[in-house]
Ligand binder design. Structure first.
Ligand SMILES: Nc1ncnc2c1ncn2[C@@H]1O[C@H](COP(=O)(O)OP(=O)(O)OP(=O)(O)O)[C@@H](O)[C@H]1O
Length: 580
């Protein structure tokens, strides 16, 4: 029955092609006739005879194959894009493979010859376009669908500072003490080819690699690398915090990069450098006293995040630390400040992660980046990992989502699970200090909690609402913002507090800033002084006390930024998913 249908379809196709031939001979006649006359058709004819008998339904129209001459057999290997998904052989081609659209080289001794000039040009342009965009996005040797795992150090056993835990991929056991347990030991599915990859902007060009992949560069290169890459002072690397002379301290000795790669150079050094540069803040310097009100949130964070860092022996078993804490609420209410205050008070290293820091130019490497990031967090432990706007990283997973995004999320979920395991594993009195060193806490913030993927919501076990400031909070916000600012006697903060109902902390900061500029603005508006003259005024001349009318003017300029409707949405979400 099926065979009959195939035969019928084949006959019909042949007939159509015969008709087309009468047209196509005029266009392609020269090439095809010559081609067959030269005997090139013979093998192909055999191939037709052999292949078509065995062939599954794989007959394509002339347009799809771009073959206009019916004498020439239909290319058995050319398939419509995604054909393989329908039950053919395993799908091996990326959908952007031009062969799927333009025919592969069927074997290219004939494929291209049967294309018109326009078809050949299109194929070539398409290939070029694909190559260019792939290079732009991933570097010339990277396939976005094939992730490189972190590359193990090539310099023997690193000397980690207090790393005991490992990535989840390896579990907890099996590695000698002192070696970071992680996915780093896994066999890479694809070896990185650093020589072919384009270095990202601002990155350091690697020195020539030795036969084992190790850098040939010596101490001099190491210093150059440092100089080029860290052209600004990092207090936490230079020992400024401990009051040591900056010049006497070699920053490389303490960093994760130089622990993994003693000369600062290795397959993942660019990723690590980027993380050290853009993500780590060892000295956030925000105190809880700088934050107005939010007493409930402060208490919860102290209990959920700070105490497990300070007394890990207590937080074990059923009292294990929370896997993560989510702060949600309107924008500008102090979520980031709270996270920084936690890090400051707990004397932890602060990792500030946004969706852009684990995507953008590192497209194609984000999954590995996440893994390295958590390795670094353990290295610099105790660490607070703060994921700002987590909805952008961990939004609900959908059918249309890119494979790369799904993998990043999966890796994040695995790592978040690992954090809780490492933090709570086997703590006892004697291990207290070691446990403290290992502690990594995950804090997240969002303005759109309803967009969060359920799996992330589950792992962010504490979910705290950070609301707009109430009267007391607004008064404290004015006081904090106006610290050290000269105020006229007529200023009435209570009136301002009433007038700023519905304003966020960030809105109130803006009001104070605007009011503080009013005296200078007035001078400009008076028109008596030019900009140059104003710029040359002494500080005392322009540092005029702010009056109540300055504040009222500022309030006219700055409206509240949060809508009533969104407040209702937060309240609803809190009622449904809140957990304090
Ligand atoms: N409770 C607060 N106490 C003191 N300052 C605050 C407070 N809330 C907001 N601010 C002010 O608003 C600014 C923004 O705060 P922050 O970045 O912490 O808000 P956020 O909630 O993280 O905002 P977003 O959700 O948009 O990231 C701060 O720099 C600070 O000036």
């Amino acid at each position: 029955m099926v065979a009959e249908q195939i035969n019928r379809e084949y006959a019909m196709t042949n007939e159509t092609l015969q008709i087309k031939k009468s047209f196509s001979v005029n266009i392609n006649g020269l090439i095809t006739t010559q081609f067959i006359q030269n005997g090139f058709g013979t093998g192909l004819q055999n191939r037709k005879n052999n292949a078509l008998d065995k062939l599954p339904v794989n007959i394509m129209t002339a347009d799809q194959n771009m073959i206009l001459n019916p004498i020439v057999p239909l290319p058995t290997q050319k398939r419509m894009p995604n054909f393989d998904r329908l039950g053919g052989q395993p799908f091996a081609h990326h959908t952007s493979n031009p062969d799927n659209y333009f025919g592969n080289d069927i074997d290219d001794q004939m494929g291209n010859q049967h294309m018109s000039y326009v078809q050949r040009r299109n194929k070539s342009q398409f290939q070029q376009h694909n190559a260019n965009s792939r290079d732009q996005d991933y570097g010339s040797s990277n396939d976005p669908d094939i992730w490189e795992p972190p590359t193990p150090p090539k310099y023997g056993v690193p000397q980690p500072r207090g790393i005991m835990g490992g990535g989840m991929g390896m579990g907890m056991g099996g590695m000698p003490p002192g070696i970071p347990q992680s996915n780093w030991g896994q066999q890479p599915r694809r070896q990185p080819q650093p020589q072919q990859r384009k270095p990202p902007i601002n990155s350091v060009t690697r020195p020539p690699q030795g036969p084992q992949g190790g850098a040939v560069a010596g101490v001099k290169n190491k210093q150059n690398l440092l100089d080029k890459n860290r052209n600004y002072t990092k207090p936490w690397l230079s020992g400024a915090q401990s009051g040591e002379n900056q010049k006497d301290v070699k920053p490389d000795q303490n960093s994760f990069l130089y622990t993994m790669y003693p000369d600062g150079n290795g397959p993942d050094s660019e990723l690590i450098q980027m993380l050290e540069r853009d993500v780590i803040d060892k000295n956030p310097q925000v105190s809880f006293n700088d934050i107005a009100e939010l007493d409930d949130a402060k208490k919860i964070l102290q209990e959920a995040v700070l105490l497990p860092i300070l007394m890990p022996q207590y937080f074990k078993g059923i009292r294990r630390p929370w896997k993560g804490v989510l702060m949600f609420g309107p924008p500008g209410t102090g979520k980031t400040m709270l996270a920084k205050a936690v890090a400051t008070q707990g004397k932890t290293t602060f990792f500030n992660i946004t969706s852009s820091s684990i995507s953008s130019k590192w497209k194609g490497e984000s999954e590995k980046l996440v893994r390295i990031l958590f390795e670094m967090a353990r290295f610099y432990a105790p660490t607070t990992i703060f994921m700002d706007e987590i909805d952008a990283i961990a939004g609900a997973r959908g059918g249309n989502e890119h494979e790369a995004n799904r993998r990043v999320k999966a890796e994040l979920l695995i790592q978040m699970d690992g954090v809780a395991v490492v933090s709570s594993a086997g703590a006892n009195e004697n291990q207290a200090e070691g446990e403290r060193m290992k502690n990594v806490m995950v804090l997240a913030a969002t303005n759109r909690p309803w967009d969060l993927d359920e799996a992330f919501r589950r792992r962010l076990e504490k979910r705290i609402y950070i609301p707009l400031p109430n009267e007391l909070g607004r008064k404290q916000l004015f006081e904090i913002n106006l610290k050290g600012i000269k105020m006229a006697e007529d200023t009435n903060l209570d009136q301002l507090v009433k007038k700023t109902k519905g304003y966020s902390g960030a809105d109130i900061s803006n009001v104070c800033r605007d009011a503080a500029m009013m005296p200078m603005r007035k001078k400009i508006l008076e028109g008596k002084l030019s900009f140059e003259q104003i710029a040359s005024l002494k500080h005392d001349e322009i540092d005029i006390p702010i009056t109540q009318s300055d504040f009222l003017d500022a309030l006219k300029n700055i409206s509240k930024s949060v809508s009533k409707e969104s407040l209702d949405d937060y309240a609803k979400w809190m009622a449904e998913f809140g957990c304090v």
